[in-house]
Design a protein around this ligand. Structure first.
Ligand SMILES: Cc1cc2nc3c(=O)[nH]c(=O)nc-3n(C[C@H](O)[C@H](O)[C@H](O)COP(=O)(O)OP(=O)(O)OC[C@H]3O[C@@H](n4cnc5c(N)ncnc54)[C@H](O)[C@@H]3O)c2cc1C
Length: 422
């Protein structure tokens, strides 16, 4: 008899770690992704700000599972699921599954203003990151070439919308690009004249952190010359900049570059499965991460809404997705081996981390709260730990730590079509 087929859609943290944890399962695994690489999203902002090269944060999926003989990889975009026939639907074919794990992650959310997408790009993929890098570097190049002082000023204004970890990290890194990395390279402009503005609708930056940490992050950003504007919801976003603030107290910020780090929504899996979702499009799952009434179908990672067995709402983070991937593999293995199912999924928090530039970070592990340089090193070590599971984690971590600490210059390449970043 043929082995049962486990189809895993998405080779992000959830899907990849499920696949690896199924290495010894008596099953054929098919890992489908629309990209041929696994992306380490926590360091993506460094590609966008020319700190690291794309190949430092992404690795071909095939090479990661090359030694796993029960796993095959398929490059393709899933567009639906036929639950009655147990088929995963791709554009040109349908594939049968016995078990299905959906781990398709999240995408940007523009809170009903999809028209802002083209003027305020977000950061989710390597293509997004190289596009942002092109936009940022071209802004300095165009300013160097520009005789009109007003236009030069506009080109050197960078607005980041959303002060969660990604927005804070982007703002800090752009400020450092302007104030350190590029300083000696231009003749007509002073890159330090760049204005970096971080905008947040809520009352503080890093709202997921405690108040003192959030205050520290704001002060650290200000030391890097980032202008922080809280209580400033964006009401308009266009090629010339953004409008912020409530009616009557609106303010226009002109900017040559606007970046979006304000919100995420789950992938379209809720539509494929015809399941109810929460406001962020995440699907409610059972305690074993399966779908109610469909025990061979699992949804994990950023696409799932999970309240674990202790009542903890599981966050949309890389460690949470990894834990769910490993857990689902245990559930499937127990079924294949006719063993008792594991206890319901329990999330183990590894804390909250965010970095502000190259020397400072905030870290919260329960009651332990750290900030500054020590927190930055902890942040670095935690990211090296996260890298375990990808090829050559030690070599990769040494390379990026070196590039990072020395303001590596190799990644400042403008690639692709210069016109599409104007
Ligand atoms: C810029 C950024 C910075 C972040 N920083 C941190 C951080 O510092 N710490 C942290 O813990 N978390 C961070 N996160 C969040 C973390 O990366 C996610 O929570 C985690 O990646 C979720 O894992 P996942 O497996 O659910 O989805 P993902 O890792 O997003 O993987 C989803 C996969 O599904 C594939 N896919 C999607 N749709 C389809 C389809 N239709 N067909 C085929 N394949 C498809 C995608 O190509 C992708 O490979 C960050 C996220 C971003 C965007």
């Amino acid at each position: 008899m043929a082995n049962p087929r486990i189809v895993i859609v998405g080779a992000g943290f959830g899907g990849l770690f499920a696949t690896k944890a199924l290495a010894k399962a008596p099953a054929d695994i098919l890992l489908i992704d629309r990209q041929n690489y696994h992306l380490f999203q926590p360091l993506l902002y460094q590609v966008a700000t020319a700190g690291l090269a794309p190949s430092d944060v992404a690795w071909p999926i095939r090479s990661i599972v090359t030694r796993q003989h029960n796993a095959a990889v398929l490059l393709g975009e899933v567009v639906g699921v036929d639950r009655a026939e147990k088929l995963v639907v791709l554009e040109n074919e349908s594939i049968h599954y016995d078990y299905l794990v959906i781990a398709t992650g999240a995408q940007h959310a523009y809170f009903g203003h999809d028209e802002w997408r083209s003027v305020a790009p977000g950061l989710k993929s390597i293509d997004d990151a190289t596009y942002l890098r092109r936009k940022l570097l071209l802004a300095f190049e165009r300013a160097e070439n520009c005789n009109d002082l007003d236009e030069r000023r506009r080109l050197l204004q960078f607005v980041i919308v959303g002060a969660g970890p990604t927005g804070v990290e982007l703002a800090g890194a752009i400020a450092e690009l302007a104030h350190h990395t590029l300083v000696k390279d231009f003749r007509r402009i002073d890159p330090r004249s760049a204005r970096v503005v971080l905008i947040e609708a809520g009352p503080r930056v890093l709202p997921g952190f405690s108040e003192p940490m959030s205050r520290y992050a704001k002060e650290s950003l200000q030391k890097l010359c980032v202008e922080v504007r809280v209580n400033s919801p964006v009401t308009q976003c266009d090629a010339g900049g953004v409008t912020i603030g409530e009616a009557q107290r609106e303010e226009r910020l002109s900017a040559g570059t606007v970046l979006w780090a304000a919100g995420v929504a789950a992938s379209a899996a809720g539509t494929w499965l015809n399941e109810a979702t929460d406001r962020q499009g995440r699907i409610d799952v059972m305690p074993d991460l399966s779908i109610d009434g469909d025990s061979n179908l699992f949804v994990i990672g950023d696409t799932a809404h999970i309240v674990d067995s202790r009542g903890v709402t599981v966050p949309g983070t890389a460690p949470a997705a990894k834990q769910q991937g490993r857990y689902v593999a245990r559930v499937i293995k127990s079924r294949l081996n006719r063993r008792r199912s594991p206890a319901p999924f329990r999330y183990r928090s590894i804390g909250n981390l965010a970095t502000i530039g190259r020397r400072s970070a905030v870290v919260e592990f329960g009651a332990i709260k750290l900030k500054g340089r020590l927190a930055w090193w902890l942040w670095g070590i935690a990211h090296i730990y996260f890298l375990i599971g990808i090829p050559s984690p030690l070599i990769v971590s040494i390379r990026w730590l070196w590039e990072y600490v020395t303001y590596g210059k190799g990644a400042r390449l403008i690639t692709g079509d210069s016109n599409d970043a104007s």
